[in-house]
Write a protein that binds this ligand. Structure first.
Ligand SMILES: *Cc1c(COP(=O)(O)O)cnc(C)c1O
Length: 395
């Protein structure tokens, strides 16, 4: 855990450049180095005992917040306006650990029906095994989520926009209902990042990130971050320590490196995604583009009210067409690669079938769906690639 420090710049691009580093501590080096250690030794019994009590300015063991880990945690906590952050080895650890920390047997959990698939599997298989009741709610419920509450509801797990279907949720309305009933709100904020959705200003108690995506930004690191408010920090601190689930110092170094260019990259992802979304919207093969930043798109009004930007991931609904035609389109792409991730510098495209994973709501977009991640390439080249793809789709 790292407390956000008091004396730091306020504007996001400046914060991204300056948070989480202190050259004076490392021979003047601009960046906190990869700091490798397991054993930490102490010169006296008094200091050894102080470290065991947690009363030592350093750390007691390599598992509990090495400088590279600590600096990334402090930077992200401050960037998002949270109280503390915990670095974990993957985005999936970041979504699941808060649920383990905040729930116990007999509690009821509400999860958005648009949730990231592996988070759903964890809830269904493992939380249920530990005696937690799990129900899924309509991501468009807003304040009507109240009807899904039970006396034992302790946590609402949200993801907005959903990373497959992009429903924008009314997080302030959900948080108001949850807090009135003594429940906490956990948000998977991976799509927006701390830069484009200020989770704690909108009533969220714990905001989690697959830093594997935009924070890492280069498709070469697995990393998760859990940002808490003051009230939830002790429970996350306790479990993070007791499970021993710190991210590695090397991965945190890459997280800090990614942070330095995050505002710049996101600006470009956003500009390019909007350009390509508009181009797609005008194509005869496309029935709908589901990108909250696009005026008139589903979720646009809520997005405009609550978000300060949009990233490069969005959905496209095609007019009904044979699967073989879509396969021909995708198999021949030159720049858009097919893969189950996003947030890197490169563009990606995949076919998606959200209708098969829902349990509380029905997903029917009226045609086959694609998910695009718009990377940092020149948009003219990306559009050429898509145009050639549509030619293959036509056969
Ligand atoms: C990718 C992703 C995760 C999991 O991140 P990993 O680092 O791949 O484990 C969690 N939530 C969302 C929304 C994601 O897209």
């Amino acid at each position: 855990m790292s407390q956000a420090s008091a004396k730091t710049p306020r504007r996001p691009a400046t914060q991204a450049a300056h948070l989480g580093r202190d050259p004076a501590q490392f021979l003047g080096a601009v960046n906190t180095p990869v700091f490798r250690a397991s054993t930490i030794v102490f010169p006296t019994v008094a200091e050894l005992e102080a470290a065991a009590r947690g009363d030592h300015p350093g750390i007691s063991y390599g598992l509990h917040g090495l400088p590279t880990v600590r600096d990334l945690q402090a930077a992200v906590a401050e960037l998002e306006g949270g109280h503390a952050a915990f670095a974990v080895p993957s985005g999936l650890t970041a979504t699941t650990l808060p649920l383990l920390a905040l729930l116990r047997a007999g509690d009821h959990l509400l999860v958005t029906d648009s949730v990231y698939g592996p988070t759903r599997r964890f809830c269904d298989l493992h939380l249920r095994r530990f005696g937690v009741e799990v129900d899924y709610y309509d991501p468009l419920a807003g304040a009507a989520i109240e009807r899904a509450f039970k006396p034992n509801t302790r946590v609402v797990f949200t993801e907005s926009p959903g990373s497959l279907t992009f429903e924008v949720q009314d997080i302030p309305a959900i948080a108001e209902v949850a807090h009135a009933r003594g429940a906490k709100v956990v948000l998977d904020n991976t799509w927006a990042t701390p830069l484009f959705f200020r989770a704690f200003d909108h009533g969220v108690d714990v905001s989690v990130h697959a830093a594997t995506k935009y924070l890492g930004g280069h498709s070469d690191v697995l990393l998760g971050l859990i940002v808490t408010n003051a009230a939830t920090q002790p429970q996350l601190q306790r479990l993070w320590t007791d499970i021993g689930v710190t991210a590695s110092t090397d991965d945190c170094f890459l997280g800090l490196r990614g942070l330095r260019t995050l505002p710049l990259r996101l600006e470009r992802h956003q500009r390019s995604a909007l350009e390509i979304a508009r181009w797609l919207q005008a194509r005869p093969e496309v029935s709908e583009v589901i990108y909250p930043a696009l005026p008139g798109a589903r979720g646009h009004e809520l997005w405009k009210r609550d978000f300060t930007g949009a990233t490069g991931l969005f959905g496209v609904v095609l007019h009904p067409v044979a699967k073989a035609r879509i396969d021909a389109m995708l198999d021949g792409m030159q720049l858009f690669a097919m893969g189950w991730s996003w947030g890197g510098f490169e563009s990606l495209i995949i076919p998606i079938a959200p209708e098969h994973v829902r349990t509380a709501t029905r997903w029917d977009a009226g045609g086959p769906c694609l998910r695009l991640h718009v990377g940092l390439e020149d948009t003219a080249d990306l559009i050429d690639d898509l145009a050639a793809g549509f030619a293959r789709l036509a056969g």
